[in-house]
Design a protein around this ligand. Structure first.
Ligand SMILES: Cc1cc2nc3c(=O)[nH]c(=O)nc-3n(C[C@H](O)[C@H](O)[C@H](O)COP(=O)(O)O)c2cc1C
Length: 191
């Protein structure tokens, strides 16, 4: 919570690098819906080096920035497409970085930016509506010690028109699904 504005702070991680990413558009819509309640910051895996245990300390600047934003946040909201029924490589790589301790030789392996953080997941994709990637993310985030809201997740199958144009507004009921999830996530964070 930002005490100066009484707004929550939400970090949004988007699993797609694509310029016209529908999942990024979904994150931006959620940010607009939360405008009065939360300050949302979007990050993508763009430019993040492949995780390598030999060179993880000091972490790259981008990772430090995302870790700091998450530590100061009230929750993390992931928006991801499904790649071959699984987590896109760039997002998995980013989450592997976030799962690691903040300091070298830290004896407390729970001393990460994400341990205990509240999290939720949304996604837009093909007919499977990102069901498989969301299941995989729930398992992964639990493994990373995150407190995951498993109810009320937006799982959206894009309309044929959206598939052709990459225009999120051509798919129905997006706002409704995001509103439900945003309200539920605010309550989940407060409880
Ligand atoms: C490598 C790759 C694999 C994909 N695999 C799936 C899949 O398993 N299930 C699915 O619904 N859509 C799949 N898609 C289609 C994506 O859902 C679609 O491209 C979506 O728009 C990607 O999200 P974005 O718009 O946020 O980039 C795949 C796309 C790519 C590029």
């Amino acid at each position: 919570m930002d005490n100066s504005t009484n707004k929550m702070k939400i970090v949004m991680l988007v699993g797609s690098l694509r310029r016209q990413s529908l999942n990024r558009q979904l994150a931006e819509e959620a940010g607009k819906l939360l405008e009065d309640e939360a300050e949302c910051t979007i990050f993508t895996p763009a430019g993040i080096p492949l995780f390598d245990q030999d060179t993880e300390f000091p972490a790259p600047e981008q990772i430090e920035t995302i870790r700091q934003a998450i530590r100061q946040s009230d929750g993390v909201w992931i928006f991801s497409p499904e790649y071959n029924g699984a987590i896109p490589g760039g997002l998995k790589n980013l989450l592997d970085w976030l799962s690691r301790p903040l300091f070298e030789n830290d004896p407390d392996w729970k001393d990460t930016a994400v341990w205990g953080k509240k999290a939720t997941i949304s996604g837009i994709g093909g007919n499977n509506a990102t069901r498989s990637v969301q299941d995989a993310l729930i398992t992964l985030l639990h493994f990373m010690g995150m407190d995951v809201m498993t109810e009320d997740r937006a799982m959206i199958a894009m309309s044929p028109e959206t598939m052709k144009t990459s225009d999120l507004s051509k798919t129905e009921n997006v706002q409704k699904a995001l509103r439900t999830q945003a309200d539920a996530f605010m309550k989940f964070i407060e409880k």
